[in-house]
Design a protein around this ligand. Structure first.
Ligand code: NAD
Length: 505
């Protein structure tokens, strides 16, 4: 057999960078309130490229006064415009936004890759097409809410406060804004402080779409801005995606206020490989599960559970495959592994990886040339990991895989469920009956079978236990933005390739 690790050195790819010249960046971005960009009253901050540490733009910082203005604009728009429109008219705006996202897809992909550090091929082929798909999907629902199984004449909640993380900045925005608008709510959204750029370009798209002023407001800032937003007395709904620690703090602070809430939090998914799985396919699924988006994925398959008798074969083939991944310039179309989003995140990945080693696991790192500037971490595997080890229990949120073994399906299930989280899981096996039997016993919101990290706007997504509660996507995603009526929960759609569990426990 040819040793790919050796040949790949001779078969290097020529640079194929995507040009950032398609971007028409402003030097300074204001807050998007009531349809216009306005100055913020907090101290502005810079957003940088994590690949070069160069400044991209200066960003306004919303303080409590700005949060007030944004919520007031959303309330006004709700009372005077948005709640008066028919579902069909709301749908027309959403279709228009979806088409504009498609028209400006290349620009959005470049902005996302620049600001987040993710490879352009992922931003271009995954993030942005899914953003458009989310708006198209919910555009279709806007005039059909009566048929969503949520009771007759379902009513919007009012103003939604939405706070999102940095790992899929534009996609998380779409997951939040599309169902909220389709259901008839208005929105104030806060992107993460390290990745505000694509949300601000999206604000320009809203202007282009002639969306009535105030229906969507985008305010930038750090945790204190988010805190002021979710605690504002005039918001009716809080939708948060981010860390479990912050989600817990939000749940506490809004308890008893009557605000409806959905929390999409962290994960530590088990990706289970049985000995009857097609190994090459499983190896691709493992790579996609944990090295896609540098492992900055809440539902990443960060714990590999591999049946003991195929452990060595799987790990050997995995190392061979990882040796072919190209780390570097995120804007290069051949790049597989981009930059880590921030120095802070890099420090956390390093710290937990060092702990893994100190706790006795064996560390293997793919050979990569690490650029001089920026934040980088080469794909890393830990074998011989104990269930009690911190790298098996805590979310590393980076390109680091912990490998554990099992002998029987019962042991695989027990180990997979031995986690405070419950967002997703993967099962690799040739036997459909085994997949369904195991899936039934896993406490995870989304279960992929013989695939991983697949997303579809029609499929609900969300967690069990410390991964949060509520569902985004599909009909379930609409319910989160409507007054609870006669909710007839759709039965859990169980497919061969994806099994999604419908209710939080
Ligand atoms: P984070 O919780 O630190 O920040 C998320 C957002 O919350 C940011 O916009 C931040 O400014 C804001 N924020 C911080 N403190 C706040 C407060 N007290 N009140 C209100 N808002 C506050 O998380 P992060 O580091 O940006 O993102 C990574 C985390 O997000 C990971 O744990 C990941 O698993 C999770 N995540 C979950 C999902 C999901 O769907 N379950 C999706 C993506 C990411």
């Amino acid at each position: 057999m040819t040793d790919i690790t050796k040949t790949s050195r001779f078969l290097d790819y020529a640079p194929a960078p995507e040009s950032p010249s398609i971007l028409h960046l402003r030097k300074n971005y204001g807050l998007f309130i009531n349809g216009d960009f306005v100055k913020g009253h907090g101290k502005p901050f810079k957003t940088i490229s994590p690949a070069t540490e160069a400044t991209i733009a200066e960003i306004a910082n919303a303080n409590a006064r700005d949060v007030d203005a944004a919520v007031a604009a959303a309330r006004r728009a709700y009372d005077t415009t948005w709640s008066k429109l028919s579902g069909a008219d709301r749908g027309k705006y959403l279709f228009r936004i979806a088409r504009l996202v498609q028209e400006r897809a290349r620009e959005l992909a470049v902005a996302e890759s620049l600001d987040n550090g993710k490879p352009i091929k992922e931003a271009r082929d995954v993030d942005v097409p899914l953003v458009a798909a989310w708006f198209f999907y919910y555009a279709g629902w806007a005039d059909k809410l009566d048929y969503a199984g949520l009771g007759p004449n379902p009513r919007a909640l009012g103003v939604a406060a939405q706070v999102i993380p940095w790992n899929f900045p534009l996609l998380m925005l779409a997951w939040k804004i599309a169902p909220a608008l389709a259901a008839g709510n208005t929105v104030v959204l806060k992107p993460a402080e390290t990745t505000p750029l694509s949300a601000l370009i999206f604000a320009e798209i809203l202007q282009q779409a002639d969306l009535p002023a105030g229906v969507v407001n985008i305010i930038t800032g750090a945790g204190d801005t988010g805190e002021a937003l979710v605690n504002h007395p005039d918001v009716n709904k809080v939708a948060f995606t981010g860390s479990t620690a912050v989600g817990r703090a939000i749940a506490k602070s809004i308890a008893g206020t009557g605000k409806k809430v959905t929390l999409e939090l962290g994960g530590k998914a088990a990706n289970i490989v049985f000995d009857d799985a097609p190994i090459d396919q499983a190896v691709e699924g493992i790579v996609n599960g944990i090295f896609f988006n540098q492992g900055h994925v809440c539902c990443a398959g960060s714990r590999l559970l591999v049946q003991e008798n195929v452990h060595d074969e799987v790990v050997d083939r995995l190392k061979t495959r990882l040796a072919t991944l190209r780390l570097g310039d995120p804007l290069d179309k051949n790049t597989d592994i981009g930059a880590i989003n921030s120095r802070e995140q890099l420090d956390r990945i390093r710290e937990l990886s060092d702990i893994g080693e100190a706790e006795g696991a064996e560390r293997w790192t793919a050979e990569c040339v690490i650029p001089d500037k920026g934040f980088w971490f080469a794909p890393t595997i830990f074998t011989g990991v104990e269930t009690s080890s911190r790298i098996a229990r805590e979310e590393i949120f980076g390109p680091v895989l912990s490998v554990l073994t099992f002998r029987t399906p019962a042991e695989a299930i027990a180990k997979a469920n031995n986690t405070p989280y419950g967002l997703s899981a993967g099962i690799w096996s040739d036997k459909g009956s085994k997949i369904l039997a195991v899936a039934d016993q896993l406490r995870a919101g989304v279960i992929w079978a013989n695939t991983f990290n697949r997303f579809d706007p029609a499929s609900p997504f969300g967690g069990y236990k410390e991964s949060g509660y509520g569902r985004e996507g599909g009909r379930h995603g609409l319910a989160a933005y409507l007054e609870s009526a006669g909710w007839g929960a759709p039965s859990s759609p169980k497919g061969i390739s994806t099994v999604t569990k419908g209710a939080s426990k």
